[in-house]
Design a protein around this ligand. Structure first.
Ligand code: AMP
Length: 215
């Protein structure tokens, strides 16, 4: 059971995808789940839409409902959490739910990236409107601009990758999510990995850290 966190644009989602494949983990990506709820027009989707559009965090109570449902359906599975927890309250709740089932986290990987690089990268970020694959014109470009390598779908920009919203997401990250590093350090399970460089280089660094921990 481990988790990956980091500022927007650090490549959490992309790395979580390939890490889950390599280590045979079930990936739980909170941002993806929330976006799916919005696309489906569900009642949760309607409640979270405005928060996401503004780059704010979705209220913890809603997040806990989603996590609890997911965990109950996946109790015997090794999970990689991506984008959850996002604040200390969520981290404590995750510990509590896992402990109820005699489970605990073994690793919290923090991706680090300087702020100017974050803004540069987010401006290049796209995703496939059909299969959801993530791309970045700078660090992880598709073979043909605007077209998904995997399914040929059209690539779009996320509405919350707008510059004003990015600034707010960064502020929220610095104030609410970054303090998780101290918390996980106190539990002895925190590892920091630089997210500079392309997808393959960052993946290699993370794999070294994971393999070093579970040798
Ligand atoms: P992400 O795809 O991880 O960048 O998440 C996109 C947006 O979804 C965030 O900017 C938040 O508005 C919302 N979100 C994702 N995960 C959480 C969470 N654990 N708690 C609250 N809001 C979240």
């Amino acid at each position: 059971m481990f988790l990956i966190f980091g500022p927007p644009g650090a490549g959490k989602g992309t790395q979580a995808e390939i890490l889950a494949q390599k280590y045979n983990l079930k990936k739980f990506s909170m941002g993806d789940v929330l976006r799916e709820e919005i696309s489906a027009g569900s009642s949760i989707g309607r409640m979270v839409e405005e928060h996401i559009k503004n780059g704010a965090l979705v209220p913890d109570e809603l997040i806990f409902e989603i996590v609890e449902d997911f965990l109950l359906a996946n109790l015997n599975t090794d999970i990689l959490f991506d984008g959850f927890p996002r604040n200390l309250n969520q981290a404590l709740e995750l510990e509590r739910i896992l402990a109820q089932h005699n489970l605990k986290l073994s690793l919290a990987i923090e991706l680090s990236l300087p702020e100017d690089e974050i803004i540069r990268r987010l401006s290049g970020r796209t995703y496939c409107s059909v299969c959801g694959t993530l791309y970045n014109e700078i660090t992880n470009p598709p073979q043909k601009t605007g077209v998904c390598d995997r399914c040929g779908g059209k690539l779009l920009k996320r509405p919350d990758d707008d510059v004003a919203v990015i600034r707010n997401r960064l502020k929220v990250y610095n104030e609410e999510t970054r303090p998780l590093a101290e918390y996980y350090k106190s539990l002895g399970i925190h590892r920091m990995v630089s997210a500079m460089g392309d997808k393959d280089l960052v993946f290699k660094r993370i794999v070294e850290v994971i393999d070093g921990c579970f040798k």
